[in-house]
Design a protein around this ligand. Structure first.
Ligand code: K1U
Ligand code: ZN
Length: 173
C-alpha cells in the first residue's frame, strides 16, 4: 500500500469528468487500498480517484465517527444517485483538495446510490446523515465539481486565491 499525493485546487483534473471504470483487476484493487490508506492518513472521511489524479469513476469513504466503533471502509465503482429525497440537510463541508476551508452546503438529506463493488457485484444502498453528504460530495468530484462551486462567486474566488497562495508556498518549500 502507498500514500498518494492529493491534488490541491485549482487543478484542471479536479474540473474534469472522470471516465467509467471498465476493468476490475489487481491494479484497481491496489488503487483502492492506496486510496483508503491516503484517506485515513489525511485524515478524511472520503476520497475520489480524481483527487489523486486518477481520472476513473471510483471513490472510497468511511463516515463511522463513534469512538471505538468498527470502521466501515467502502469502495464504490461507477456510483450513481438513483433517488434523492425532497428534504435537504445543510452540513459544513471540507475537502482534502481545498485544505482548511469549510462552508455550509445544502444537499438532499437522503440518497439512494447504485454502484459496482470491487468483486464486480451490483450494489445499492440508501444513505442518510453524514454518509449521504459525503457520497454526494465524492460523486461531485467524479463530475469535476467541488463544494466551493455551490458558494457565491466572491466567496469562491476568495478561497481560490488562498489556495493559489498555498500552492505557491508549498512549491517554494
Ligand atoms: O472529498 C474529500 O475531499 C474528503 C472530505 C469529505 C467530506 C467532508 C465533509 C463533508 C463532505 C465530504 C473530507 O474528508 S474533509 C475532512 C473531514 O471532513 C474530516 C476529517 C477528520 C475527521 C472527520 C472529518
Ligand atoms: Zn472533496
Amino acid at each position: 500500500m502507498a500514500l498518494r499525493d492529493i491534488l490541491i485546487h485549482p487543478d484542471p483534473r479536479l474540473k474534469t469528468v472522470a471516465d467509467p471504470v471498465a476493468t476490475i483487476d489487481d491494479g484497481l484493487k491496489r488503487l483502492a487500498d492506496d486510496m483508503l490508506e491516503t484517506m485515513y492518513a489525511a485524515p478524511g472521511i472520503g476520497l475520489a480517484a480524481p483527487q489523486i489524479g486518477v481520472m476513473q469513476r471510483m471513490l472510497v469513504m468511511d463516515c463511522v465517527k463513534e469512538e471505538g466503533a468498527a470502521p466501515r471502509p467502502m469502495v464504490l465503482l461507477n456510483p450513481e444517485v438513483t433517488w434523492s429525497s425532497e428534504a435537504c440537510n445543510v452540513y459544513e463541508e471540507g475537502c482534502l483538495s481545498v485544505p482548511d476551508q469549510y462552508a455550509d452546503v445544502e444537499r438532499p438529506a437522503e440518497v439512494e446510490v447504485t454502484w459496482t463493488s470491487l468483486e464486480g457485484a451490483e450494489q445499492s444502498e440508501r444513505f442518510d446523515g453524514l454518509w449521504a453528504t459525503c457520497v454526494q460530495h465524492e460523486i461531485d468530484h467524479l463530475n469535476g465539481k467541488l463544494f466551493i462551486d455551490y458558494l457565491k462567486p466572491l466567496k469562491r474566488q476568495m478561497i481560490t486565491r488562498k489556495m493559489q497562495k498555498l500552492k505557491r508556498e508549498r512549491a517554494r518549500a
